[in-house]
Design a protein around this ligand. Structure first.
Ligand SMILES: [Fe+2]
Ligand SMILES: [Fe+2]
Length: 246
């Protein structure tokens, strides 16, 4: 069973895992959707995330996974700014429905329905659909494989940062992440099979993927609360700046 869990460290909290148990029978109603003109850029993705997600750790998780997705895009040869943004949007939105629909019966499925209703593109919807094994949606494109590689590991490296004396992601060595992954009691809600399958499907040895994920978080460490101090709240507007390339 894999569940979202907020990792608590002193006054900070940090999301370390995703993809909940699928055992709840109830299916909450989809909220009314705005049928007016819709845009599908990064700002509208942030706005959709905030509409459904009041939890600051979950907003930070979206931003953190966006940074990883953008870095995976660039390092795998994606050069167009629009395409890099699309990869980032998949990261921002992959859990946008989780706060409202946290069970495996709903999370991801309801999100996909809402994204379709609001006119988001199928590549984004399909990539989000494949981030949890239980949906049964295979990951066939690089962007679909990237979200699996990015999601759990991004949360995990954040947890690794918060147990260091400095509480800075920039101080986390790859080796300590690899060691922590072998410690079952550490961030135990992170299902390690997501991490190992993510690296396999992405096609990189795990230490190299860990290094990429760590690097992607450093430029936005302050926004994530991973630069030695608690993060400021991320408001509904404006969208936070695009995560810079490491
Ligand atoms: Fe996630
Ligand atoms: Fe998820």
């Amino acid at each position: 069973m894999v569940m979202h869990r907020i990792y608590q460290s002193e006054n900070k909290s940090f999301l370390v895992s995703s993809c909940p148990d699928r055992r709840c029978g109830a299916r909450p109603a989809i909220p009314n959707v705005d049928s007016g003109p819709m845009s599908h850029d990064r700002a509208s993705a942030w706005s959709l995330l905030c509409e459904f997600t009041k939890s600051q750790p979950l907003r930070r998780h979206g931003l953190a996974v966006e940074a990883t997705m953008r870095h995976l895009a660039r390092t795998s040869g994606v050069t167009g700014a629009a395409e890099v943004e699309t990869w980032g949007i998949v990261g921002l939105l992959h859990d946008f429905d989780y706060e409202r629909f946290p069970t495996e019966a709903d999370h991801v499925f309801r999100g996909m329905e809402i994204l379709r209703e609001r006119g988001w593109g199928e590549p984004v919807i399909r990539a989000i659909g494949g981030h949890a094994f239980y949906t049964g949606i295979p990951r066939e494109t690089p962007m679909e494989r990237a979200i699996l590689a990015a999601d759990e590991l991004t949360g995990f490296v954040g947890a690794c940062a918060l147990v260091r004396p400095s509480k800075r992601i920039a101080d986390v060595p790859v080796e300590s992440v690899l060691k922590r992954l072998k410690e079952k009691s550490f961030a135990r809600t992170v299902d390690r099979t997501y991490v190992t399958r993510g690296a396999e499907e992405w096609g990189l040895p795990l230490p190299e993927l860990v290094a990429l994920v760590l690097a992607s978080q450093v430029p936005i460490a302050a926004e994530l609360g991973l630069d030695g101090a608690p993060a400021a709240d991320l408001p509904d507007e404006p969208a936070p700046p695009e995560p810079p390339a490491p």
